[in-house]
Write a protein that binds this ligand. Sequence first.
Ligand code: SAH
Length: 355
Amino acid sequence: MSGLGELLFDRIRREGPLPVEEYMRLCLAHPEHGYYRSQTAIGAAGDFITAPEISQIFGELVGLWAAALWTQMGRPSPLRLVELGPGRGTLMADALRAVARVAGGFRAALDLHLVEINPGLRQQQHAALAAAQPSWHDRLDTVPPGPLIVIANEFFDALPVRQIVRAGDGWHERVVACRDGRLAFAAGASTASPDIAADAGAVLETSPAGEAWMQGIAARIVAHGGGALVVDYGPAVRAPGDTLQAVRGHQPVSPLEEPGLCDLTAHVDFTGLAAAGRAAGAAAFGPIPQSAFLRRLGIAARAATLLQAATPDQARVLEGSVRRLIEPAEMGTLFKALAVASPDVGTPPGFDAQT
Ligand code: SAH
């Protein structure tokens, strides 16, 4: 068992089962052994790959989205451009390159802030983005006040979810217990019943941590003006289902095996995030499928431009990566984009059904 596995095993034996939410929080963010503290495994050679690592077009279009939103905001300067969980810095590097070319004034107004808890990834971000002189933060609170645009790609799926499980006598907290010398899921204390029909054994997930992040983002946006873009995977409407999943080296593994050494994620509850944004006074848009979002921002035209200068081999790679981003069976449908904005900004680019 991993080092964290042994710690958790001892703790559960001493203190009793851990709620899934606490288990996931420790697996991801334990100060010493948490996956996002100690592993830097994004990319083809790591555990998982993300949209900006698949194609440069993803970050370029997100950059242009931010530049267009800034124009709708009345071109404030400085503009805090905040990325949550920037990974290897690829999205932001592509975004900055794209806006330097086309959106005069935006690049000069930018003040870049990166929220990241992983020291190894901070180093990679430094290597990719040093010219833009970013500041790093553990939390959003320390980003200086002022008009802001927040970008979060595959950030919210890395936050812990709470699970409750339906038993014959109602809903219970879902917990991680010790059984036969191993970690195992179990039903814990009974809990308030949500207003949702479900059979025995059904699992319902909510994301108190995700909603708290969104509440903080939306409160800032409402106070200072701006918007946020969340791209991640999950259903458009909350539905029962256990989506906790672990991957290591691109292979699915049990979420209870090797805690801290594999990436642990859950589908994002867009219903809950949009509601948290609205409760803080922001307007919420979407979620819409990633394919619709990228098409409306012009993925086809950008791909066509890049294809003109591509060798046949490069063209094959480019076409394959664009398909991967937008095909329904790949990332096009499961991945979604949600925006929140201060009420005065209007509809963010790509979220108007008419465009
Ligand atoms: N956005 C990047 C990386 C996604 S992986 C991409 O699309 O490639 C999730 C990112 O969020 C990583 O950079 C991880 O270190 C960071 N992260 C995870 N939990 C975090 C937390 N609680 N606070 C800040 N950053 C976190």
